[in-house]
Write a protein that binds this ligand. Structure first.
Ligand code: HEC
Ligand code: HEC
Ligand code: HEC
Ligand code: HEC
Ligand code: HEC
Length: 214
C-alpha cells in the first residue's frame, strides 16, 4: 500500500492511530478522503483446499446463497457452510470423486475444512452483513457475480472511499430485499426505484467517522 504516514507511524498500533485520527476528523477528513489510496486487494483469489465452484452450484444448479451462507441475514458475519451442508448432497452425488476426498475426510474425522478467507477488513472498521442485506443491498453489489466464479475472487476494493461512495448515494444500489441474493439483477429504473426504497425505509447510511470506527 502507498505510504501516507512516515515510517515511524508503523510502530503505533493501527487501532490507536485510527482512534486519534477519528477524534481529529473535522480537520483531517477532507485531506484524508482525497489521498486515501483506492487501494487494494481487488482480484485476490486464493486457492482453496477443495475445488468448490460457485459457478457450478449457483450458476448451473441454481442454489440460493442462503442454503449455505445461512447467517448472512441474521448476524454480522456471513458464515461459510459446515461440511454437513455439503454432505446433504455429496453422500449421494459424486461419491467417488477425487475432488471431494477432503470433504469426505472432514466428514469422517469431524475436522472442519480449512477454507481460505478471501475478504478481510481491518478490525478497526466495523461492518455487518445483517445491516446491509435486510435493507436491500445485494450480495453482488459487494461481491460481484459470484455465480460466474469457479474460484471466489475479490471484485471490490473494500476501501473506505468505496464504502462511502455508496453511503452517500444508496439510491444507486438498493433493491427490494427479496432480490438481495439474485445475481444479475437489472431493474430498468434503478434511480427511481432506489429513491423510492430509500424514502420508504428511511435509509440513512452513516458517513460520520464513528459510524464505522469505534
Ligand atoms: C453449496 C454451498 C454454497 C452456496 C449455495 C453459496 N456459497 Fe458462497 N461459499 C461457499 C463455500 C464452501 C465458500 C468457501 C470457499 C470459497 O471461498 O470458495 C464460500 C465462499 C464465499 C465467499 C467468500 C468468503 C470469503 O472468504 O471472503 C463469498 C463472498 C460467497 N461465498 C458468496 C456467495 C454468494 C453471494 C452466494 C449466492 C449467489 C453463494 N456464496 C452461494 C459455499 C456456498
Ligand atoms: C455492503 C457490502 C456487502 C454485502 C451487501 C454483502 N457482503 Fe459479504 N462481505 C462484505 C465484506 C466487507 C466482507 C469482509 C468482512 C470482514 O472482514 O469483517 C464480507 C465477507 C463475506 C464472507 C466471509 C465471512 C464473513 O462474514 O466475513 C461471506 C461468506 C460473505 N461475505 C457472503 C455474503 C453473502 C452471501 C451476501 C448476500 C446475502 C453478502 N456477503 C453481502 C461485504 C458485503
Ligand atoms: C444441493 C446439492 C449439493 C450441495 C449441497 C453441494 N453440492 Fe457439490 N455438487 C452437486 C452436484 C449435483 C454436482 C455435480 C455438478 C455437475 O457436475 O454439473 C456437484 C459437484 C461438486 C464438485 C465437483 C465434483 C466432481 O468430481 O466434478 C465439488 C468439488 C463439490 N460439488 C463440492 C461441494 C462442496 C464443498 C459443498 C459444500 C460447501 C457442496 N459441493 C455442496 C450438488 C451439491
Ligand atoms: C452498495 C452500498 C453499500 C456499501 C458498498 C457499503 N454500505 Fe454500509 N450501508 C449501506 C446501507 C444502505 C446501509 C443501511 C442504512 C440504514 O439502515 O439506514 C448501511 C449501513 C451501514 C452501517 C450502519 C449499520 C450498523 O450496523 O451500524 C455501517 C456501520 C456500515 N454500513 C458500514 C459499512 C462499511 C464499513 C462498508 C465498507 C466496507 C460499507 N458499509 C459498504 C450501504 C452500503
Ligand atoms: C462507511 C464506513 C466508514 C466511515 C463512515 C469512515 N471510515 Fe475510515 N475506514 C473505513 C474502512 C472500511 C477502512 C479500512 C480500509 C482499508 O482497509 O483499505 C477505514 C480506514 C480508515 C483509516 C486507516 C487507513 C489506513 O490506511 O491505515 C483511517 C485513519 C480512517 N479510516 C479514518 C476515518 C475518518 C477520520 C473518518 C470520518 C471522516 C472515517 N474514517 C469514516 C470505513 C469508514
Amino acid at each position: 500500500m502507498a505510504q501516507i504516514f512516515p515510517k515511524w507511524v508503523d510502530r503505533i498500533p493501527r487501532r490507536l492511530l485510527v482512534g486519534i485520527i477519528v477524534i481529529l476528523n473535522a480537520a483531517v477528513f477532507g485531506v484524508w478522503y482525497f489521498f486515501s489510496p483506492e487501494y487494494t486487494d481487488v482480484g485476490y483469489k486464493p486457492e482453496q483446499p477443495v475445488p468448490y465452484s460457485h459457478k457450478v452450484h449457483v450458476g448451473k444448479l441454481g442454489m440460493d446463497c442462503q442454503y449455505c451462507h445461512t447467517q448472512a441475514f441474521d448476524s454480522k458475519q456471513a458464515n461459510v457452510p459446515a461440511t454437513q451442508t455439503c454432505m446433504n448432497c455429496h453422500d449421494q452425488v459424486k461419491t467417488g470423486s477425487d475432488s471431494l476426498k477432503l470433504v469426505r475426510e472432514s466428514w469422517d474425522t469431524g475436522k472442519p475444512i480449512e477454507w481460505v478467507r478471501v475478504h478481510n477488513l481491518p478490525d478497526y472498521a466495523y461492518f455487518s452483513h445483517k445491516a446491509h442485506v435486510n435493507v436491500g443491498v445485494g450480495c453482488e453489489s459487494c461481491h460481484g457475480r459470484i455465480d460466474k466464479m469457479e474460484v471466489v475472487r475479490q471484485t471490490e476494493p473494500l476501501s473506505m472511499s468505496w464504502c462511502l461512495d455508496c453511503h452517500r448515494n444508496p439510491e444507486q444500489y438498493v433493491r427490494p430485499v427479496s432480490e438481495v441474493t439474485t445475481m444479475g439483477y437489472d431493474p430498468k429504473n434503478q434511480k427511481k426505484m432506489g429513491q423510492r426504497l430509500v424514502t420508504k425505509q428511511n435509509i440513512h447510511p452513516p458517513t460520520y467517522c464513528q459510524g464505522c470506527h469505534y
